[in-house]
Design a protein around this ligand. Structure first.
Ligand SMILES: [Ca+2]
Ligand SMILES: [Ca+2]
Ligand SMILES: [Ca+2]
Ligand SMILES: [Ca+2]
Length: 216
């Protein structure tokens, strides 16, 4: 009897977690890690770090590690899969949206069958020759000449799923117009957005890794 109650309690806890992560479905409760078919978007998917204003002082802004500062190429966005399963984000799009006229431009489309494993991140850079390990995370480069084209103000970066539903938003307009470093959740995943040096005193950004440089 005590055992049954324990199982019920465990089931309730798992279900509560599933609701928190974006919806309680039967398959969530089974914790089926082979479920890569979520097209509704992104249970637990979140933006963990955005570098919309890489510093133009020397190579302080060289986030992609190629030895060159470039205001577009060194921009990046880091997306974390905090859901219960690996997630196929193939076909998801990143758009930058101008607040004043609501116009939006597609800046990146994830290749088919791009999988973010549960508990891992992927990083999309504006361009350049990516140089480094980036914590072993999957990395992508926009082929747009203006990269992700993330403005310091007046813009929102939006991520849409395959069905075209908005699932993630990052409003740089609400933050500093001239941070010269990334904004990251601090602590990673669960915190609030702060400028990266406030989270880690020697690092302007941490694409693909936690703020302290550790792998996800
Ligand atoms: Ca920018
Ligand atoms: Ca660079
Ligand atoms: Ca700046
Ligand atoms: Ca990071």
């Amino acid at each position: 009897m005590k055992n049954s109650f324990g199982h019920l309690l465990l089931l309730c806890c798992i279900c509560s977690l599933a609701i928190w992560a974006g919806g309680c479905k039967t398959e969530d409760v089974t914790l089926d890690t082979t479920d890569l078919t979520d097209t509704t978007g992104a249970r637990g998917l979140l933006i963990n770090e955005v570098n919309y204003d890489p510093s133009n002082v020397g190579l302080q802004g060289d986030a992609n590690g190629d030895g060159v500062y470039d205001q577009f190429q060194d921009e990046f966005i880091e997306i974390y899969n905090g859901g219960l399963t690996d997630l196929n984000i193939g076909g998801y799009t990143i758009k930058d949206s101008i607040i004043i006229d609501k116009s939006a431009t597609v800046r990146f489309i994830f290749p088919p069958n791009t999988i973010i494993p549960k508990g891992k991140v992927c990083v999309v850079f504006g361009g350049g020759t990516l140089t480094g390990t980036f914590g072993g995370s999957q990395t992508f480069v926009s082929s747009d000449p203006e990269g992700l084209s993330m403005g310091n103000s007046g813009e929102i970066i939006n991520v849409y799923n395959r069905a075209g539903t908005l699932i993630l938003s990052f409003n740089s307009d609400a933050l500093s117009n001239n941070p010269n470093e990334s904004y990251t959740l601090n602590p990673d995943i669960i915190g609030i957005f702060v400028q990266h040096l406030d989270a880690s005193p020697t690092k302007y950004f941490s694409p693909g890794t936690k703020v302290n440089g550790e792998s996800f």
